[in-house]
Write a protein that binds this ligand. Structure first.
Ligand code: PAF
Length: 260
């Protein structure tokens, strides 16, 4: 079983005494196979692995969403143990925010578009907590899923801007057999919505234009927020009932012929 660490400063001391490389996977818990794939990759590439479980209040747009985010600590630790994870960083809010939320990381361009347009403040909250977590973990490598591609792009930009000495390793999105990207939110879909949800990845890979995909998603019962082509990817966000889904695919996987 992994050893549980709750105090950031005592972990930093412990880390100094640890010989060999350390891989880090930041999460908000409620783990699924996508997170476990990151932890296993970190384990394969490092001597030790630390995974953080911290539901970060500042990246939720609504307090209610933060409160209803599933906390599944025991199940998460069991899964991490089975994946060979050595340490679980499990700080509480005062430990993470001794500044009482006064100090923030602000990025002025990429963070304002796509997700940033529909979730104002989300990326400030995410970047701030990721910088804290990277500084606490003191890892050689940190593993991020490509599913949150804009997040990954921003984290890489921040690490470069602030000379953070941890290498950011992007990892491919893990999908279910029908193509739906794994997400903690999928568990909130009804069986009917679960069947519909696959349309996002199917349409993103089709030869349709971004605008045509917006229309098709609306016809299929989604409330799409954006479909855009950026950073060598096609990305989308859409609501299905009260569940917000995001996904993206590399342009190399987008069909070039018109048979959608
Ligand atoms: O992707 C997530 O789960 C979160 O945004 C992260 C990186 C753990 C920061 O809270």
């Amino acid at each position: 079983m992994p050893s549980i660490v709750s105090d950031p400063r005592s972990w930093q001391k412990q880390r100094k005494e640890l010989a060999g490389t350390l891989g880090f996977v930041p999460t908000m818990g409620n783990l699924h196979e996508g997170h476990i794939a990151l932890a296993k990759r970190a384990k394969a590439e490092n001597h030790h692995v630390i995974v953080s479980l911290f539901v970060n209040p500042t990246q939720f747009n609504q307090r209610a969403d933060y409160e209803k985010y599933a906390r599944t600590f025991d199940a998460d630790v069991k899964l991490l143990g089975e994946a060979g994870v050595d340490f679980v960083l499990y700080p509480d809010e005062p430990a993470m925010y001794p500044d009482k939320y006064d100090v923030q990381v602000i990025e002025k361009t990429i963070s304002k578009e796509l997700e940033g347009e529909f979730r104002p403040g989300h990326f400030e909250g995410m970047l701030t907590v990721v910088l804290k977590l990277l500084n606490i973990a003191q890892a050689d490598r940190a593993y991020f899923g490509e599913k949150d591609f804009q997040q990954l792009t921003l984290v890489k930009k921040m690490v470069e801007a602030f000379f953070v000495p941890t290498e950011i390793i992007p990892c491919p999105t893990i999908r279910q057999e029908d193509g739906l990207a794994l997400s903690s939110r999928n568990g909130r879909l009804s069986p009917e919505q679960r069947k519909q949800a696959v349309e996002i990845s199917r349409l993103l890979k089709s030869s349709l234009s971004d605008d045509e995909i917006m229309k098709k998603l609306a016809e299929a019962g989604f409330k799409p927020e954006y479909v855009a082509t950026k950073w060598g990817r096609r990305l989308a966000a859409a609501w299905l009932g009260d569940v917000r889904l995001i996904d993206n695919v590399p342009l190399s996987e987008v069909k070039k012929d018109k048979a959608a």
